[in-house]
Structure formats: structure tokens, C-alpha cells
Design a protein around this ligand. Structure first.
Ligand code: MTE
Length: 288
């Protein structure tokens, strides 16, 4: 039997990737995740002050001021978990989950990046607690809706509120996907999505929904806020991909905040070895 031909080798590589993803507790993937700590965090000035939070404002700096003065600072974790699951709960206590610390690169669809040190827990822990039913194929996330907190939720907003995001269940179960409650070892600041937000490092930043109030298991693909706003520009998957330009700009490189230089953008934001197996059957140019 020819075991050294290229196809066999490539298939084996795919198999290994699949194995690493499927057996998510394996030592291999744990080691890969540990290596991510080698990233140097960006200066926290950027994370705290260069912010997208449309519920406050489309102006990045004004967002910060309004968020810091807002009642969002008083909100405690309170997520209603419902839909196609055996164990619907209201999550207020996260001490039952193992804390993880991850330095991930955030690549915004606007073509800039920064390295952020998050703390939180793997979303799959929460999913396992909720016990999704067999029919559940997706997770829908919804941000807090409260016009007393968010000025842009009064009357007509820039986008439709509440802010909604979604993941396929297998993406949500991936060990890289976390719910973050801290940034730079401090509780999330209001402008960064207090009290709890999503972090999915191989996707564009707009998937990282802030200030989560609701998580639902569904059998239909959720329509995320940006997809609803303009489906030709913002797809459901939003995997970082240098080969699929945004209709109005290239995605092949990006500005690294805090550096003079631009950097080439990597497929899946550099996390391809760990996540590309999720998309073996998908045309990434159509499912962008
Ligand atoms: N979540 C909510 N609820 N509202 C928003 O406007 N903006 C998204 C995402 N999550 C957004 C949101 C976008 S476009 C990005 S790039 C990231 O949050 C930015 O996160 P940061 O401001 O903490 O860097």
C-alpha cells in the first residue's frame, strides 16, 4: 500500500485536524491553545478607547464616554438560556466554570487588529450544562435591550436592536470560543461589553457580541444584526479571510494598532490549524 503519496498525507493532515477538533479535550489542542499565550498584548489604551458599540454611538471615542457614564456599569451577569435544550436556565453564577486566560488577536472587519488578553470560560461548558437537543444546530445570542442604558435604542437606531449574533453549534462548541468577563485582568469595562461578551478569534470582531442577555438554541440559522443591515457586506460566517474582499475594501492586510506597519491578514486570523476542519464542506467565498 502506498502510504506516502501526497493525497494520503493531506488527508491525514485533515484527519488530524478533525481529530484535534472532535476530541476537544485532547492534549494536542490544549497545547496549541497554550501556545497562543506567546502573543504580546497590545497597549490597553486601544482596547479601552478605540471601540465599536453602536448602542451608544457610531463614534468610537464618544462610545467610551457614554458607556462609562451609563447604567451598564451596574449590570450583573444575567443570561436567559432557552430554546432547543433540555436544561433551560438563567445564568447568574459563572463560578462553576473553569476560568481560562487567552491572548487572542482581534481582527476587525474594518481592517485593523489588536492582541487582547481575555479571561472567561469556554462556551462549550455552558452548552454542556444546557444540554442542547438533537435538533439544535445553531446558537443565537442577543444583547441587552434597554433604552435607559443605550441612547441609540431610543427611537430609530443606526442598526436594528437588540444586537443579534449567531454561531453554528459546532463553532460554539470549539474550545477557542469563549465567553469573556475580563480584559487585561479587570472586569470588562462598559465600553468593551460588560458584564459578559462573546469572543471567537477566527472571526471578524463584529461577531464578538457584547453585553449578552440571551442565548437560544435553534434549528434555523440566526440572522445577525450586520447581516440584516447589509447581507452583501456582512455574512453569517464572517470568518477572517484575506481572499474575500469586503465589497468596499480589501481584506488582504490590516493595520496593527500601536504599530507603524501593516500586516498580511491570515485565513481564519491565523487559527486555521485549529478551526479549518469546521469548514471542509463549505465554499468560503459564498459562505463569507
Ligand atoms: N456588540 C454590540 N452589542 N454592539 C456593537 O456595536 N460591535 C462589534 C462587536 N460587538 C458591537 C458588538 C464590533 S463591530 C466589534 S469590532 C467588536 O465588538 C469590538 O469590540 P471592542 O470595542 O471591545 O474592541
Amino acid at each position: 500500500m502506498m502510504v506516502t503519496n501526497k493525497n494520503y498525507y493531506l488527508n491525514r493532515r485533515n484527519f488530524l485536524k478533525l481529530g484535534a477538533g472532535a476530541m476537544v479535550s485532547s492534549e494536542a489542542i490544549a497545547n496549541e491553545i497554550l501556545k497562543l499565550k506567546d502573543l504580546e498584548p497590545s497597549n490597553n489604551e486601544y482596547a479601552y478607547n478605540y471601540v465599536n458599540f453602536y448602542e451608544f454611538s457610531t463614534d468610537k471615542r464618544l462610545c467610551v464616554k457614554l458607556a462609562q457614564e451609563s447604567k451598564l456599569n451596574e449590570e450583573k451577569i444575567n443570561i436567559e438560556i432557552s430554546g432547543l435544550c433540555e436544561n433551560p436556565i438563567t445564568l447568574t453564577d459563572i463560578s462553576q466554570f473553569k476560568e481560562v486566560n487567552r491572548i487572542y488577536k482581534l481582527r476587525c472587519v474594518e481592517a485593523w487588529s489588536m492582541n487582547l488578553p481575555w479571561s472567561g470560560f469556554e462556551l462549550r461548558e455552558l452548552i454542556n450544562l444546557a444540554k442542547p437537543k438533537k435538533e439544535a444546530k445553531f446558537i443565537k445570542f442577543t444583547s441587552i435591550f434597554n433604552p435607559d442604558i443605550f441612547p441609540d435604542q431610543k427611537g430609530y437606531g443606526v442598526i436594528d436592536y437588540p444586537y443579534v449574533e449567531g454561531l453554528r453549534l459546532d463553532e460554539a462548541m470549539h474550545p477557542l470560543t469563549i465567553l469573556a468577563t475580563k480584559l487585561y485582568n479587570e472586569p470588562l469595562k462598559a465600553q468593551n461589553g460588560a458584564p459578559i461578551r462573546l469572543v471567537v478569534p477566527w472571526k471578524y470582531g463584529f461577531k464578538y457580541i457584547k453585553s449578552i442577555a440571551k442565548i437560544e438554541f435553534t434549528d434555523i440559522q440566526p440572522i445577525s444584526s450586520w447581516e440584516k443591515y447589509n447581507p452583501n457586506e456582512y455574512g453569517f460566517y464572517a470568518n477572517v479571510n484575506p481572499n474575500v474582499p469586503h465589497p468596499r475594501w480589501s481584506q488582504s492586510s490590516h493595520r496593527v494598532l500601536g504599530s507603524f506597519f501593516k500586516e498580511d491578514t491570515e485565513i481564519f486570523n491565523g487559527y486555521g490549524d485549529l478551526v479549518s476542519f469546521l469548514y471542509n464542506d463549505l465554499d468560503l467565498t459564498k459562505n463569507f
